[in-house]
Ligand binder design. Structure first.
Ligand SMILES: Nc1ncnc2c1ncn2[C@@H]1O[C@H](COP(=O)(O)OP(=O)(O)OP(=O)(O)O)[C@@H](O)[C@H]1O
Length: 745
């Protein structure tokens, strides 16, 4: 390949950057023009103008975000003449660009024509004749790499890696503590998953380092692009295991030009409560089980109480008796509505007050007073505000928040025992705790379940939501009208513009509104490290995604949580319900390990298999320069790890972390950080749980046997720890523990 070819490509890429800057300028001018427009004083007109401005601002931001590596590929396909002599070159990049004549000069990687760039092989060229990778450093094109799809050159035996040189360049880059996008080097098996249809439940199983997280994030970007109309207003939720994990992945989607996504850890899924602490595995296991749902339902139902004796109600010097029968019949009537607890309570109060008013009126008449129908509202109001009535009715049916319900349940052992006659004392004991203790990650789905049963505490919330929905409908009509008036049909769509109105009106962007609304229904949900989720967490997610459009990625063998399932069928059962399961979900596998070198991956797999874990085998694409070493102490091991440029993780059992942080810090100074907060340091001391989903150039495992012994699924935790390094693994304070005699998990 001549260097003139590289020059030619550099010219082409330079042309693309020029066009990008031109478009930036044009959009900035359009923005200025919109801002300068005089639109009179009407609120509607102003908000329309502002949302046009917002659209242009978004586009400018998107054009600027692209920054580097604008174009990374070229696909050569046969020209229209069919003779095959004339080749058409399609350039593939991070965004699509057109020239001044509106001819495409760069295809967005997500358009259907670009899929051949990722999926074509010599065996199935998908109409392509050749593929070229454009490898850049920053904005500078430094190398090109060609693949010609010639069937004679096929080698059936090896793993088919697409653009091997470009891929290995990407993989050998030093880790930074932040995940980066893989858009230039997506592999065929990954691309098929990324482009899989939006509908239904897709489960992606793969061993460590097979790109599950990367694929899940690129799939979110792909879906947002391909189903923009639908997903822009409903939003996409990405759920990860921890805040440290979210920090690790949070830059990927913005680098792909997508920002309208809600990222949440499992501790952040109930608006208003942010849980970071986790219970012990046994307690988390109890709280994660499905039988918590009927328990909460029983707890809610038992909160209505009929008084044993009549209650005197003083009102304006008159005493009227509130009979148990009256309360019982008002409760029955309210329950009949089938509404959630707090909403049904309003029916109860209304029914009870009406009956009490009638009783008071009759009593007054009996005493010779004249009471006609027009007096009833006033009597009712007197009763409503009488403190006796308030106390009596509240005692019968108290308004409740999910927080209060759960705190009561945990802090009142007798009540809990009444509600759980078939539970063991041990299980019950696991739920007990102080009323003031902060909520844990395992409490989040229970709070959500309780909120579902209780409904809104304030009626206005229901009314406000209804009003907001109607407002959005009006906004959409106004947006259509505005587009027609301004003559910009085809450039902007009404839905995006209407979203803009809402953003300015009150509640922020779709993502912000979605994140703060428990009843929000997302258009799509991506769940990472999904093997860890408990049945109760799945129930919560189903409420957030009632359309059952899910991408679920994980590795069953890495499951460390006590409440995690042992197969995907079991794991997602709460999501599928009792339908024809086979038809409702599909499963894909990833089989190439892009992270862990062969030798380390092989040792990790053997260890896991010896402990009976259901490992999905994969093939590593890297080799390690270093053998796995075993050294006596953690400091010596960390020094060895630091010989490799890049990041180091020191992984140990949870009760060793503080002490290791201190002792290593004493020798290595502030290069050593602790836990999620310490991830920016050269050396981070953390537990296997905290390391989940992350990667480091080198890893030191301190006392591997203690990690295995630490929990019921300790072998899975060690498997996670061993598969974090991209280059070097050092074991300190003992090698790998021997496999147990019986290999039961
Ligand atoms: N096609 C690709 N091109 C370049 N890098 C890739 C590709 N696929 C995956 N990688 C890289 O491999 C590493 C592992 O990917 P990722 O973290 O997504 O794996 P995972 O399957 O989620 O792993 P784990 O189960 O261990 O959490 C990341 O650094 C990712 O960027």
């Amino acid at each position: 390949m001549g260097s003139s070819e590289l020059e030619r490509e550099r010219d082409y890429v330079a042309g693309l950057y020029r066009r990008l800057h031109e478009l930036q300028r044009e959009t900035e001018e359009q923005l200025d023009a919109v801002r300068a427009q005089s639109v009179g004083g009407g609120h509607q007109a102003r908000s329309e103008r502002d949302s046009f401005a917002r659209l242009y601002e978004d586009r400018i931001l998107q054009l600027r975000e692209v920054g580097e590596r604008l174009a990374f590929g070229r696909l050569s396909v046969d020209g229209d003449d069919g003779g095959g002599d004339q080749l058409i070159h399609r350039y593939i990049g991070r965004i699509g660009l057109r020239d001044q004549d509106r001819q495409p000069i760069l295809l967005d990687w997500r358009v259907p024509q670009a899929s051949a760039f990722y999926q074509a092989t010599a065996k199935t060229p998908m109409g392509a004749r050749a593929r070229r990778h454009l490898i850049s450093q920053g904005k500078k094109l430094i190398r090109i790499e060609d693949e010609i799809f010639d069937p004679d050159l096929l080698d059936e035996s090896s793993v088919q890696l697409q653009g091997e040189g470009a891929l290995l360049t990407a993989l050998s880059a030093q880790r930074t503590g932040r995940m980066s996008d893989i858009v230039a080097t997506i592999q065929a098996e990954q691309d098929r998953i990324i482009r899989s249809e939006l509908r239904g439940i897709l489960v992606v199983q793969g061993g460590p380092g097979t790109g599950k997280t990367a694929v899940a994030l690129h799939r979110a970007a792909y879906l947002l692009y391909s189903h923009r109309e639908r997903l822009r207003s409903s939003g996409v939720l990405i759920v990860g295991p921890s805040r440290s994990f979210l920090r690790y992945i949070e830059a990927v989607l913005p680098s792909l030009g997508e920002s309208g996504v809600v990222l949440a850890s499992v501790g952040q899924l109930f608006p208003g409560v942010e849980a970071t602490a986790e219970d012990s595995p046994a307690v988390a296991g109890t709280k994660g089980r499905l039988r918590m749902a009927p328990l909460l339902a029983r707890a809610v139902a038992s909160r209505q109480r009929v008084p044993e004796a009549p209650q005197p109600i003083e009102v304006n010097g008159e005493t009227v008796m509130l009979e148990p029968e009256l309360v019982a019949s008002a409760i029955a009537k309210a329950r009949e509505t089938g509404r959630p607890y707090n909403e049904a309570r309003l029916v109860f109060v209304k029914t009870a007050l009406d009956a009490l008013t009638r009783r008071l009126a009759a009593q007054l008449r009996d005493q010779g007073n004249t009471v006609d129908d027009s007096d009833l509202p006033m009597l009712r109001e007197d009763l409503r505000t009488a403190s006796d009535a308030r106390i009596a009715l509240n005692t019968a049916w108290l308004p409740l928040t999910p927080q209060k319900l759960l705190q009561d349940l945990y802090a009142r052992p007798h009540w809990l025992a009444e509600l759980t006659p078939d539970w063991s004392a041990e299980d019950r004991h696991r739920l007990q705790r102080e009323r003031s203790a902060p909520f844990t990650i395992s409490d989040i789905p229970l709070l959500d379940e309780a909120a579902e049963l209780l409904g809104e505490t304030v009626v206005q919330d229901v009314a406000a939501k209804r009003a907001a929905k109607q407002q959005r409908k009006r906004d959409l009509e106004n947006a259509e009208q505005a587009i027609a008036n301004m003559g910009v049909g085809g450039m902007v769509d009404a839905r995006s513009l209407a979203e803009g109105f809402a953003e300015f009106a009150d509640a922020g962007t779709t993502a912000e509104r979605a994140a703060s609304d428990r009843t929000w229904a997302y258009g799509h949900i991506v769940v990472d490290e999904a093997q860890e989720l408990s049945p109760m967490q799945w129930r919560l997610l189903l409420r957030r995604g009632p359309s059952r459009s899910f991408t679920i990625v994980g590795d069953i063998a890495q499951a460390a949580a006590a409440s995690a399932a042992e197969t995907w069928e079991h794991a997602i059962a709460p999501l599928i319900g009792r339908g024809a399961e086979g038809e409702r979900w599909r499963r894909e596998e990833l089989t190439v390990n892009y992270r862990t070198p062969t030798q380390i991956a092989a040792a990790a797999e053997s260890m896991a298999i010896a402990h009976g874990l259901p490992v999905t085998r994969s093939v590593s694409v890297r080799e390690s320069e270093w053998p796995i070493e075993v050294v006596p102490d953690a400091l010596a091991a960390t020094r060895l790890a630091l010989e490799v440029d890049g990041t180091v993780a020191v992984i140990a059992a949870a009760d060793r972390l503080a002490e290791l942080h201190r002792s290593l810090g004493a020798e290595l100074g502030d290069r050593v950080g602790l836990g999620a907060e310490g991830l920016a340091s050269d050396v981070t001391v953390l537990s296997a749980q905290e390391a989940k989903g992350l990667e480091f150039d080198s890893v030191v495992i301190v006392d591997a046997a203690a990690i295995v012994a630490e929990s019921e699924r300790g072998a899975a935790a060690l498997y996670v720890a061993m598969t974090r390094p991209t280059q070097r693994l050092v074991l300190a304070e003992g090698g790998l523990p021997a496999a147990p005699e019986a290999t039961a998990r």
